[in-house]
Design a binder for this molecule. Structure first.
Ligand SMILES: *Cc1c(COP(=O)(O)O)cnc(C)c1O
Length: 447
């Protein structure tokens, strides 16, 4: 075992060290070579070392270099070295993290990490949290808790009775709601389409002057960090209105919630602690390996009621049992890397990570604008939208940038405009990565 792990470490080390010199997207030849994996299900066993070698030789070249410093697609963070190492150790532990009895170390680390995150986001002390796979599952879990709480007030037990015949709930979202919230609404039975959509401003923020009347049967889904612009809804004002009517406010803050950790950006998410539930990712801006999302609810009982297994839910016991807070029962020890990232970074390091990546985004925007290209958004966080003329020309530039391989940026459509989106979410991005990437983008746009 020890030799095998040494081999894996050596291969991983070589892989990471080589990222700087290779194209960010895999070479077409590497993708074609994936055919080398194809074989009939083997009749006989093979040595573990041979399996690892095959995985590395065929698999490694066919990866997207998103662990490096010049991947700016979607909103994808890298993985801090301490989190990769912690992940390896925790994988060797092979704990079932659903229970305390089967994974005491993970349970302790989750409790500590939750405590720290309540402090980072300034969430109420009594709020509960769960370690889930991603922000989509976090949105799902939070909405299930909201559904429970609002229907319980109306004398209906959503978990026991289901939704057929239940008093209807109204869901309010912004016109720029993330698709994952819509998916989550579908999964919890609230419906993707039976929502009130609030018009938004040019940055994608809900317009307060168009905000509807809400009541104690309303769930309002606000956004901290629009996936295109990085803009945040006016959370404080919305919470104020919602709370006065006992509506439930859910914050989708997949990456934007982390703005709270950087003193110069925290004003963007001001008032978030007034909400009732929050969804965020650790695999985006906290830079832990996939998969890692987080859900928090002010009403701890509501999350437990929605997530507990086996009928009656348990109120808080002496010790927090992880599986009462997530859709899954058996799962990996996801809390380990979240703890390791926070333990290593500390308050200053986390603030620096957020601020530094926002700074890189600001530099991209400024230099592209200086070169005469149109930046579509106010670059308040780590997201930049840039146009290179017509939709067709912008798409051509994106394709050239991706093909050339110095960096990788994706395309999007923002309020009718085709744009290239640059998301700086990785700890690994340096000033020099920004310079090299800018040069490559400007070359592609000049051709
Ligand atoms: C990325 C993102 C999500 C979905 O996150 P996953 O971790 O991919 O499920 C949800 N909302 C927003 C605003 C996002 O940026």
């Amino acid at each position: 075992m020890s030799e095998l792990l040494d081999d894996a470490a050596a291969r991983a080390g070589r892989y990471l060290a080589a990222l700087d010199a290779r194209t960010v997207s895999p070479a077409p030849a590497a993708l074609a070579a994936l055919a080398g994996f194809e074989r009939a299900f083997p009749e006989h066993s093979t040595s573990a070392a041979a399996v690892l070698a095959e995985l590395d030789e065929i698999g490694s070249p066919a990866t997207m270099a998103s662990a490096g410093g010049r991947f700016f697609g979607f909103v994808i963070g890298g993985a801090l070295p301490v989190t990769v190492a912690a992940n390896w150790l925790a994988t060797a532990w092979d704990q079932n993290a659903g229970l305390v009895v089967t994974a005491p170390a993970n349970a302790a680390l989750e409790a500590i990490a939750l405590h720290w995150m309540r402090e980072i986001f300034q969430l109420p002390a009594q709020c509960a949290g769960g370690f889930v796979t991603c922000a989509t599952t976090a949105n799902f879990s939070a909405l299930a808790a909201a559904r429970h709480a609002l229907l319980r007030r109306a004398g209906w037990d959503a978990e026991a009775q289901g939704l057929f015949g239940a008093p209807p709930l109204t869901v309010v979202v912004g016109e720029e709601v993330h698709a994952s919230v819509q998916k989550a609404l579908g999964m919890v039975g609230l419906g993707r389409d039976r929502v009130l959509r609030v018009p938004v401003d040019a940055q994608g923020r809900m317009r307060l002057d168009a905000f509807p009347a809400v009541n104690e049967r309303t769930i309002v889904c606000v956004q901290a960090g629009n996936v295109n612009t990085g803009a945040c809804d006016p959370i404080a004002q919305i919470c104020e209105r919602a709370r006065a009517q006992r509506a439930w406010v859910h914050v989708d803050g997949a990456f934007g919630l982390w703005a709270a950790a950087a003193p110069a950006r925290a004003h963007l998410v001001r008032g978030l602690e007034q909400a009732d539930s929050w969804a965020t990712d650790a695999h985006k801006w906290l830079n832990v390996p996939y998969d890692s999302g987080l859900v928090f609810t002010r009403d701890a009982d509501a999350l437990r009621a929605a997530m507990s297994i086996g009928g009656a839910y348990l109120s808080q016991q002496e010790q927090r049992v992880p599986y009462h807070y997530t859709p899954d029962f058996s799962r990996r020890a996801r809390g380990v890397e979240v703890w390791a990232a926070l333990r290593q970074l500390g308050r200053q390091g986390l603030a620096d990570l957020i601020e530094r990546t926002c700074g890189h985004a600001g530099r991209f925007a400024a230099e592209l604008q200086r070169a005469g290209h149109r930046v579509l958004n106010d670059v308040v966080l780590n997201q930049v939208l840039v146009c290179f003329g017509s939709a067709q020309r912008t798409q051509e530039v994106i394709a050239r940038v991706q093909r050339e391989g110095t960096c990788w940026c994706g395309g999007t459509i923002w309020q009718g405009h085709t744009a290239m989106r640059i998301s700086v979410s990785s700890w690994a991005t340096t000033e020099s990565d920004v310079e090299r990437s800018l040069a490559a983008i400007l070359r592609a746009a000049a051709d």
